[in-house]
Write a protein that binds this ligand. Structure first.
Ligand code: NOJ
Length: 511
């Protein structure tokens, strides 16, 4: 386990939309370097950078054309190395995005694979043996290549799946077993890409669709064995580098595949989704002040996963990410504050999505940009302050339009405003750093989390945290003696063995 990870508080940067330093309307690496102090002042000490590699951008860069080259719109490889080094100078860490499951259909490997003549890359992707063979259970692209066969995709049509083999070979005429030398060669190629960036100083990777490698893999254990092998390489060659998976199943991702942390993601109706977004437009979200939420949806999923992975790795809770509607789409400002305060006082390694700290809006109904579709609304330019495009870019046209609301929150305004989301995030991060019991490794005990009932109360060592999302008072049995208040949004009153919490409150007390 890389030592730094337990204290890491990540800031996710969507490079297109963070800061445009050269006025072309799109964010870039030099822009990120300029804003590192901002991230540091907020208290985040680690960065997850979304893909910055050469790409035709059919899926915002998750369609990689060259894993080893920075896309010119973001800068050069040297710029990325400079970013990495500057991050390190500021005693921060940075992980890059690794896309192991697919490439762009313009990647040179794929250009070779789709040729009729057999070559070294014919098995780098998954093709059926002829175009008339297109079993409906697979996502196959038919009739697009000179090669007589259909290729399997991993995500969009322009993202052919790399071939790591099939756990269960059901069509031997075109499916390869995992131990086939060509599937092993794919793993080797992946490791080389990882080494390439780790050798330049990257502190690890967030791994895209980490569970997607092996096909016909019902249990995901075969996919996990590939990662376990990669983890071995990391332990041996790069023991300080971290691997964070987009898997959303920590007991497999951490315990079997060897990821250091696994994201708890927004899958409709899952426990994380039900915290801030559940139901239709958040009406069933736990943090919605209407009180229709149910904390059990979260606790029943999270707690067993936490207990199973405790001591082996982490669960990463996110405020949001580039695929997920920003919580502002569903919750008012007070609700957001207590939601983030909760997320940042639970165990594991938390991730803050750029702009969430200032309450940036989810912008509905935007025309899709680079395969964003509904996700485009969560990817709009960062709002820094006054001035053109809220200080994001000098260009008349930005990558995605900026928030049309002139009164949209900005860093400048949020920094000045009393009790702003920005201040809550900053304070909570500070607190978490100062009191390790509230951090990644500290114990967690759930004290009160009842079906369709409020508040939510949990204990982290000598601290008790009480969360009342409701728009009215609520109380709970509480027989601890309070030594001191540690943090409060709202108020509480303790009388007899009862604690009464003001509407939309979040309280940390030391007992
Ligand atoms: C998950 C990424 O977060 C998302 O943005 C991307 O479109 C897919 N994986 C495909 O790579």
């Amino acid at each position: 386990m890389p030592k730094w990870l337990k204290d890491a508080i990540f800031y996710e940067i969507y490079p297109q939309s963070f800061y445009d330093s050269n006025g072309d309307g799109i964010g870039d690496i030099n822009g990120i370097i300029e804003k590192l102090d901002y991230i540091k002042q907020l208290g985040c000490n680690a960065i997850w950078l979304n893909p910055v590699y050469d790409s035709p951008f059919k899926d915002a860069g998750y369609d990689v054309r060259n894993y080893r080259k920075v896309a010119p719109r973001y800068g050069t490889n040297d710029d990325l190395v400079r970013l990495i080094n500057t991050v390190h100078k500021k005693r921060m860490h940075i992980i890059l995005d690794l896309v192991p499951g697919h490439t762009s259909d313009t990647h040179p490997w794929f250009k070779q694979a789709k040729q009729a003549k057999k070559n070294n890359f014919s098995n780098r992707y998954i093709f059926t043996d002829n175009v008339w063979n297109a079993p409906a259970e697979y996502r196959l692209m038919c009739g697009l290549c000179e090669r007589d066969g259909n290729y399997m995709v991993n995500y969009f049509s322009s993202q052919p799946a790399l071939n790591y083999g099939f756990a269960e070979v059901t069509h031997p005429e075109w499916q390869l077993p995992m131990d086939h030398p060509d599937c092993q060669a794919t793993i080797k190629a992946l490791k080389e890409i990882m080494r390439f960036w780790l050798d330049q100083g990257a502190d690890g990777f967030r791994v895209d669709m980490a569970d997607s490698l092996v096909k016909n893999d019902a249990t995901k254990e075969p996919t996990a064995t590939i990662w376990a092998g990669i983890r071995e390489m990391m332990d041996e060659e790069y023991p300080d580098a971290a691997l964070v998976s987009e898997w959303c199943n920590p007991s497999v991702a951490v315990n079997k595949a060897g990821f250091h942390s696994d994201f708890y993601l927004d899958h409709i109706g899952n426990g994380y989704n039900m915290l801030m977004r559940g139901g239709s437009w958040g009406d069933k979200a736990f943090f919605n002040k209407n009180g229709e939420g149910n904390i059990r949806a979260f606790v029943d999923e999270y707690l067993p996963a936490y207990l199973e992975t405790k001591g082996k790795g982490y669960i990463s809770l996110i405020t949001c990410n580039h695929d997920t509607p920003r919580p502002t789409a569903y919750l008012d400002e007070e609700a957001i504050k207590i939601a983030y305060a909760t997320i940042f006082t639970l165990p594991g390694v938390p991730f803050l999505y750029y702009g969430d700290e200032i309450g940036m809006r989810y912008l509905p109904n935007l025309t899709s940009v680079e395969g964003g579709y509904s996700r485009t609304g969560s990817r709009s330019p960062m709002q820094w302050g006054k001035g053109k495009n809220f200080g994001f870019s000098e260009n008349d046209k930005t990558y995605i339009p900026v928030d049309p609301d002139k009164n949209a929150p900005t860093v400048e305004k949020q920094r000045r405003k009393k009790g702003s989301i920005y201040k809550v995030v900053k304070d909570i991060i500070k607190l978490r750093k100062k009191r390790p019991e509230l951090g990644a490794d500290g114990d967690l005990e759930i004290l009160y989390a009842e079906e369709n009932s409020f508040p939510f109360v949990y204990r982290r060592d000598k601290y008790v945290i009480l969360v009342n999302p409701l728009d009215h008072l609520t109380d709970v049995r509480f027989d601890f003696e309070i030594k001191q208040d540690i943090y409060k949004i709202g108020e509480y009153v303790q009388s007899w063995e009862k604690m009464t919490l003001s509407p939309q409150s979040f309280v940390i007390v030391e007992i």
